[in-house]
Design a protein around this ligand. Sequence first.
Ligand SMILES: Cc1cc2nc3c(=O)[nH]c(=O)nc-3n(C[C@H](O)[C@H](O)[C@H](O)COP(=O)(O)OP(=O)(O)OC[C@H]3O[C@@H](n4cnc5c(N)ncnc54)[C@H](O)[C@@H]3O)c2cc1C
Length: 391
Amino acid sequence: MSNIIIVGSGFSGSILARKIAEELDRKVLVVEKRPHIGGNMYDEVDEHGILIQKYGPHFLNTNKYFIIKFLKQYAELFPFNVELMSFIDGKYVRLPFNFETVQQLIGPEKAESVLAKLRAAFAGRDRVPVLEIVEHPDPEVSAYGELLFEKAYRTYTSKMWGLQPEQIDKYVLDRVPMAMGYDRRYLNKDFQYLPVKGFTEIFKNMLDHPNIEVRLNIDALEHLKLADGKATYDGEDVECLIYTGAIDELFGRKYGPLPYRSLDIRYTYSEKDSVQPCEIISYPQAKGYTRSTEYRKIMFDDSAAAGSVVATEYPLDYVPGAEVGGTPYYPVVTEDSTALYEKYLGEVAKYKNLFLCGRLAEFKYYNMDVCIEHALKYFENVKDYLTKDHD
Ligand SMILES: Cc1cc2nc3c(=O)[nH]c(=O)nc-3n(C[C@H](O)[C@H](O)[C@H](O)COP(=O)(O)OP(=O)(O)OC[C@H]3O[C@@H](n4cnc5c(N)ncnc54)[C@H](O)[C@@H]3O)c2cc1C
């Protein structure tokens, strides 16, 4: 068994495994508790021939082309701009909220003056966070911002996070800004792609290296011991432990559990080839659920598919071990949880051979492009450690 151990086979764990195996020519053991690789990016073709992303829909979007180039080494990608709509007051309106939405929500007559004021207020801006519109000094502009905020953001955020928008990190609200024009692209990054055969193929190829061994269905915490500044796995010394799971779980939640949100994803099959007007519908006003995804609409080749599947997301708190809600999807970043996270960081500092990387380990809402770039940079720390005398 290698004494370089990586816990987790999502982007963070898989990228680090590949870099260590390839660039340092060292053997690596990847331990994964799920029955598959890929972490939350895992997808598979279901019995209807439809490629389903098991942990919710993912779209690769970035302004940095090197991320795309990096992934193209492992799988073929195709350009894909995802389209979304929001179901508000009984009608489908454009998402991102844009100038078309203004007309849909308040009617063209009232929209005329609001649009003119939005143009003047945010001239030269492509996208503007809703809070900036709410806080604008012009009462007509701020009234429109308020309407959008109350009809869409407040309701969606409170369902999604189980908190009011005022309690949650501002970054979360800023993720869905209003488009200042008629741009229909939900994501406004320059490079938007999906893998032709799905994300899992990327991970299969990335982990396919003679120096990498992957063991599935193993909870590393049942084998790891952290004590006296030393990590051991099944009683053996570990030279380097890279952990990409939840940081509080690594330390037995000794300071209390960090909050994560989970999802209950429910699937509905239809014999029709198309069910919704676009790939994803957001439901800020619906009871319990936030959005639905029609996976057939995002497939590169759906010629072998029969009918269509819609996946509806019901957010709930993460409860470790629960059948529903037992997967941590999103770190809930608030002032209190950040303070708690920092206590756990204090524990990490006691172990010089312990490296924490990734969304759960660093308690950050990383998009995959940021996660990939971060893992590539993070490798330099690991390399530094492994190539220098560290006894
Ligand atoms: C619903 C959803 C939608 C998203 N959509 C997008 C999107 O459209 N675009 C985008 O850019 N990003 C999106 N993201 C973010 C993206 O999923 C992440 O950036 C990326 O998957 C993070 O990878 P990671 O390796 O850090 O974490 P993860 O993928 O969570 O991997 C961690 C791995 O560690 C394993 N593990 C944990 N504990 C243990 C243990 N004790 N023993 C063994 N294994 C363990 C887990 O099983 C998991 O496989 C989305 C995230 C979610 C949740």
